[in-house]
Design a protein around this ligand. Sequence first.
Ligand code: S3P
Length: 178
Amino acid sequence: MNIYLIGFRGTGKTTVGRLLAKYLEREFIDADDYLEKKIGKTIKQIFQEGGEGLFRDMEGEVIRELSGMEDKIVAAGGGAVLREKNVRNMKRNGLVILLEADAHTIHDRLQRDPRSHTQRPNLTNLDSLNEIIHLLEYRRPYYEKAADHRIDTTTISPAEAVKAILSIYKSRSKNRPG
Ligand code: S3P
């Protein structure tokens, strides 16, 4: 079984995913990094060349590839849940955990994250905080529908988020048939 971390940019998917993978001695894969390596371009370049549509097509292919792997910890891009097929692929062999945070916390984290420059092109014409507020609202039903469990990372540390995921994972493994 794979564990997928979903949620908006800056909710901690990569930080928490790395830590979780270390704890479980599993491989961690960040879907954005995986795509950049596969294509040899940054996400920003993909957006510049083919717009969000091209990026979403490539992202869908990456999710499909990853869902064919076993026992990985995967951080999905923040918009991966927008395509139903991606959610179906993740659920096929995975536990899907939604990480959440409030808009101001997300904004602060994104400003501080050096990856934002190459991996997070603007998605709207709004300023950065309003884009976050608007997209969080728009995407809320997609995130909720995709999630098996939810963890709010606004006020907890990455280690505490990992602890919460482990307890979900353990109870899930115990209750699995076979
Ligand atoms: C996106 C989030 C990014 C990256 C791309 C689009 C989004 O991933 O996939 O910039 O639509 O929210 P992170 O959530 O890892 O920042």
